[in-house]
Design a protein around this ligand. Sequence first.
Ligand code: XBP
Length: 230
Amino acid sequence: TLRALIFDVDGTLAETEELHRRAFNDTFAVEGLAWDWDRDGYRELLKTTGGKERMLAFAAREGIDFSTEEAARLHKIKTARYATLVDRGGLELRPGIAELIDKARAHGLKLAVATTTSPQNVDQLCHSCWGRAATEVFDTIAAGDQVAQKKPAPDVYQLALQQLGLPAEDTIAFEDTANGVRSARAAGIRVVVTPSMYSGAEDFTGADWILPTLARANWTADLASLLPAA
Ligand code: XBP
C-alpha cells in the first residue's frame, strides 16, 4: 500500500541550482577566491552532491590546497547567501508539485523530504514557495549532514523511512537526478524522475517512471493506480 511520498528538494520541488550556483560564486567573490563556476562547469560539479563536498572536489581536481575546515567555513557563508537570494523571491515550485502535495494530503498520504541540502535551506524554500515552515508542509525531513554518506548512497532515504516508520514498499520517491535515483533505489524505494535544468542529459537507469513534468491531468487517479503510463 502506498502510504507516503518522499521528495528530493533541489531540482525536484523547484529549480534551485541557479541560486545555489550564484550563492557559491558570490561567496568566492567576497572571500577573494578567483573561483567562478559557470553553467557548464557546474553541471559537472553537481555530480558531487553536497556543497562542502562539491567545493572540496573542485579544489582537488584543480590541485588547490583546501581543507575540510575551510570548506565548512565557506559553506556557512554560502548558506547565508542562499537564504538571502531565496528571500528575495522569484523561486517557484515546479509545475504539478503544489497540486501533487495537496492531493497526496487529501488521500491521507504522509509527506517526507530526503535531501542533500541543509534543513535551513528546505525551510527557506518552503517559506518562499508555500508561505509556511517546512514542518508544516512535510511530516518528516531527512537532510544533508544528518547522515554519513550523501546521495547516491541510500543513507538519506533510509533515514526518511526510519522517520516515517514505514517499509520502502509503502513509499515512492520523487527525484530529478541520476544520483537521486540511485540513492532511492539503493534503499529499495520506487522512484519517479522529472529531469531538471541541469540533469536532463543524465542516465536514469533504474527509475520506475520518467516523466517530463509532474503537471498531470489527474493526480488523484494517478495516485490511486500508482502512476500508469501518461
Ligand atoms: C542537491 C545538492 C546540494 C545543492 C547545494 O542535491 O547536491 O548540494 O546543490 O546544497 P539533492 P548545499 O537535490 O540530491 O538534494 O550547499 O546546502 O549542500
